[in-house]
Design a protein around this ligand. Structure first.
Ligand code: FBP
Length: 597
């Protein structure tokens, strides 16, 4: 075969690597295996544990039907009775929110557990497809062709929130029209809250359809301690970012001229940043949750970073990598206040501001309406950031916080500070300030700071899943399918004990939900699981970061491996916080070659 035909043969996900990855075996927890070694649904028993959040009394009122059915009890999967074969069920699945690696294996797990006797349907383009009844049948052949491959492209996804009574009616209409016995929602905190609401609504309407959620998000912020250490997609995304950051640490030390400032996706929580820091040991990693806890201002963050740069320079190091979590600005208390004031002013004077001809005019109008501290902070920000804060609004008119280029903001502030220090060394060096000898100050004055900014995010969401995520998602599919076949509604599928053969749970969704008052309105939310500053994982980072800042001790984990020494790793933060002895090898059951027919 010549080169041209070999190249065209790889189109449509047929690269040599994809072909091999499709064939990789997947571990299957024993509760899903019959005596013949074949996959079949698990049964569920009630454990002696319940799951409730603060404000549960109100939750029990609003989710009265599902709460009284589940009694907030956590379910655990046990091997099903050999004869318990349910057939004739129609189950639909949708992806919701941002992609995360492993989604296709959720479909594979569902298809495998439903078997030929039941029908698996896929809802196209996420919740929007649920509203519009946009469904297709998923065949075993479809699933086999996407096994172990990344992305959500087989079905697509979107971020529509199902909120209004009319939307709930549309959901019911789709369920009735397609004679669905089950609906599986693969999503993050918002989507699983939505799943809980749909489950409750259908119960109240007397529609017999099980609704089950699956915890997905690269952010890792949908977790429930020992019952669910992490969401799927986190492992793959953080390994991809670790590879790239590892390469940058290596490049920084090789070219010896750049500081690479890298913003890492992860929305609110800094879990990805913490994991990548533990994997790569960069010069600096900022953790938003710590910054909020210490009530640090933007200037004090700049102080911290600049001090590390100066200390490195004293040792002759003028390069390195600085990690910045995506959600940082929302955790800097003064920035948070500024953003909330801006949201208020922009909403209150919307038409006056829109009519003003230029950004300068808009600024002149807005700044007097801010408190003095916020006005001063606003004025200290680079022009592009001010412009973004004023002009870039989301559908609700709020500042698009996740779009703020924090990495560039920090670079500008750091550069300005260093030039100020060169001009006025007495202000910054000396007793009670940064210690330095006259020679070190002279040397610092000669220093030139070269920076590069990066944003890593989308690169990590749709890759081929790691062996861990491939296994985790297949098991989540088996779990969700089993819950539906067992007629359970209002649960989230969960897997835990990744190092001990895997434990399969059904968590009552209502037990994860709490109530918040936002803009005077009651909102139901699943609280985000953020970096816990008392956790072993943060503790290990805090213990080591000064050493990593002081000299080049980076490590470069390299590309994700599907075979070989690191192919069976789980996230370091999971191993530490769950008190596993190691992070090198997961154990989720006997490995099986998956043939869905
Ligand atoms: P989900 O929580 O929906 O999985 O999304 C996670 C995420 O990747 C965040 O890390 C990021 O802030 C956001 O999606 C970006 O979303 P978009 O695709 O809308 O740009």
């Amino acid at each position: 075969m010549n080169v041209a035909s070999k190249v065209s043969q790889t189109a449509g996900k047929h690269s040599p690597l994809e072909e091999e990855i499709r064939k990789l075996p997947i571990p299957v927890t024993s509760v899903f295996l019959g005596k013949d070694g074949k996959i079949r649904p698990a049964a569920f028993r009630e454990t002696d544990k319940t799951l409730v959040c603060k404000g549960h009394d109100r939750i029990a009122q609003v989710f009265s039907k599902t709460v009284s059915k589940s009694r907030s009890i956590i379910l655990e999967a046990v091997a099903g009775a050999e004869s318990s074969s349910v057939t004739g069920k129609r189950v639909a699945v949708l992806f919701s929110g941002g992609p995360a690696a492993g989604g296709h294996n959720v479909l594979a797990g569902l298809s495998a557990v439903l078997g030929r006797g039941n029908t698996l349907l896929g809802i196209k383009k996420g919740p929007k497809g649920l509203l519009n009844s946009d469904l297709i049948e998923i065949t075993p052949q479809n699933v086999q062709s996407i096994l172990n491959l990344g992305g959500f492209d087989f079905l697509g996804t979107d971020r529509t929130k199902i909120k209004s009574p009319q939307q709930f009616e549309q959901v019911k209409a789709t369920i009735v029209k397609n004679k669905l016995d089950g609906l599986v929602v693969v999503g993050g905190d918002d989507s699983n809250t939505n799943a809980a609401m749909i489950a409750e609504y259908l119960e109240q309407e007397g529609v017999d359809c099980s609704v089950v959620g699956i915890p997905k998000t690269i952010d890792g912020d949908l977790a429930a301690g020992k019952h669910l250490p992490i969401s799927f997609g986190f492992d793959t995304a953080s390994k991809i970012f670790s590879e790239l950051v590892g390469n940058l640490t290596q490049d920084a030390a090789s070219a010896v001229k750049y500081y690479h400032v890298v913003k890492l996706m992860g929305r609110t929580a800094s879990k990805i940043t913490l994991e990548v820091a533990l994997q790569t040991k960069p010069a600096i990693a900022l953790i938003s949750e710590e910054i909020a806890e210490k009530d640090m201002s933007l200037e004090s963050i700049v102080d911290y970073v600049v001090r590390a740069i100066v200390e490195r320079r004293k040792k002759g190091i003028n390069h390195g990598v600085i990690l910045v979590p995506e959600g940082l600005v929302e955790f800097i208390p003064e920035m948070r206040r500024l953003i909330s004031e801006l949201n208020r002013v922009l909403a209150e004077y919307e038409s006056d501001i829109t009519d003003l001809p230029s950004l300068e005019h808009k600024k002149e109008f807005i700044i007097p309406h801010l408190t003095a501290a916020s006005a001063q902070l606003m004025a200290s920000l680079p022009d592009e950031i001010q412009e973004m804060l004023i002009l870039d609004r989301d559908d609700h008119g709020n500042v698009k916080v996740s779009q703020i280029e924090t990495e560039k903001l920090l670079i500008e502030k750091i550069r300005y500070r260093i030039s100020e220090m060169k001009r006025h060394p007495d202000k910054f060096f000396g007793e009670g300030k940064i210690p330095a000898t006259p020679q070190q100050i002279e040397d610092f004055k000669k220093m030139s700071l070269s920076t590069q900014s990066h944003f890593l995010g989308y690169e990590g969401r749709s890759s081929k899943p790691t062996r861990f995520d491939a296994a985790f998602t297949f098991l989540l599919g088996l779990t969700a399918g089993s819950l539906v076949l067992a007629g359970k509604t209002g649960y989230m599928a969960a897997v835990t004990d990744f190092d001990k053969g895997g434990r399969i749970l059904g968590l009552p969704l209502s037990g994860l939900i709490t109530v918040e008052t936002r803009k005077g309105k009651e909102e139901f939310v699943i609280e985000k699981s953020l970096v816990d500053l008392d956790s072993p994982s943060f503790g290990l980072f805090a213990e080591n970061r000064d050493r990593w800042a002081g000299e080049d001790l980076f490590s470069s984990p390299g590309a994700i491996q599907y075979w070989g020494p690191t192919s069976r790793q789980i996230p370091i933060i999971v191993a530490l916080d769950q008190d596993y002895p190691d992070f090198g090898t997961f154990d989720l059951g006997e490995e099986k070659e998956i043939k869905i027919d």
